[in-house]
Design a protein around this ligand. Sequence first.
Ligand code: SAH
Ligand code: SF4
Length: 382
Amino acid sequence: MTVVTEKVNLLGMSRSQLETFFLQLGEKKFRASQILRWIHQRGVSDFDLMTDISKALRERLKQIAEITIPEVIYENFSADGTRKWVMQMPGGSSIETVFIPEDDRGTLCVSSQIGCSLDCSFCSTGKQGFNRNLSSAEIIGQLWIAARSFGSDEITKHRHVTNIVFMGMGEPLLNFDNVVSACDIMMEDFAYGISKRRLTVSTSGLVPQLDQLGEVTDVSLAISLHAPNDELRNELVPVNKKYPIRALLDACHRYLDNLPDKRKITVEYTLIAGVNDQLEHARELVGLLKRLPCKINLIPFNPFPLSDYKRPSRNAVMRFQKVLNEAGYIATIRTTRGDDIDAACGQLVGQVQDRTKRSARYIPVQEVSAGISHFPQDRTAS
Ligand code: SAH
Ligand code: SF4
């Protein structure tokens, strides 16, 4: 009987995981940094091209390991420089990754799950239901693909992605281990060397996982608040019933206290016309965030086909911002980017094959109307 063993995908392994892998093969630890450089800095996925690794070890690796990159099924450029990739995952579902260039930075928005189980009332990913977690290879593969797509000059080719935000599909803290491994590779000097201040995990507010995150990493944090009181937040972000605002803000304080440097939390607040965009909400928010070192990112709601919510007027958004600014907060408005290519982050439109009881609507990418994009143009982030 032939025993078929699955090959391990080295793409998603952090340095410490690779070191253990090579030690188990009877090899030296430094093989880990060699492989990381080949895969992530030189973009090589073929063992035969890894010339500083002996032929015998390459043959062994070919038998037990692979470097499998996600399959890009759609790629587009926006007139404003925004780029979008749709990647097909095994099983037929797809995810999206978006790159936003700005003067002094390039931000990549990555997905952590196919769909999401948390069902926030204003989020198209939530409306699609949950399919599955992405593996760490599928998460880091999004950066691998983005990094490969800029020029070929050895020195500059990695400079384009300077910031990464987990604001694509899914709740990163519900895919904890894979997200942490992917973050390790993103920050790893032998791979992408992204600074921890420029790597942001965004969460809807899962308190125990947030505490756990502080124990294993020191990436930057964004919380999706969207309401200044529990009554309203329960409606918009149902997980609030489990972890109410006070518990979430306390967890944010603990997270900041654990960091080795001084940083702020990014508070995301999606403004929905007539729901949470009134001046009284802004004033309540001012009181609520009084003690938290934070900057506020206002995101005008991006409509999508399954939602009745409306985006507030530009004036309403600016009035809301003014209250926050006058109270001394740094409050930025997230401007829409990549309109012409539907480059949406946080309310992505890829097709999800939903295996949960909630119904999933399949929305082929090309059918979704333009103008639903949002993305952080947060000039205050480092
Ligand atoms: N699950 C995580 C990260 C992905 S969502 C989280 O909730 O934080 C990334 C951001 O996009 C969140 O702040 C989310 O609230 C926001 N978002 C989702 N749908 C949106 C929409 N239709 N319009 C504007 N912002 C939206
Ligand atoms: Fe999930 Fe975030 Fe969307 Fe809420 S906003 S449904 S947590 S992806």
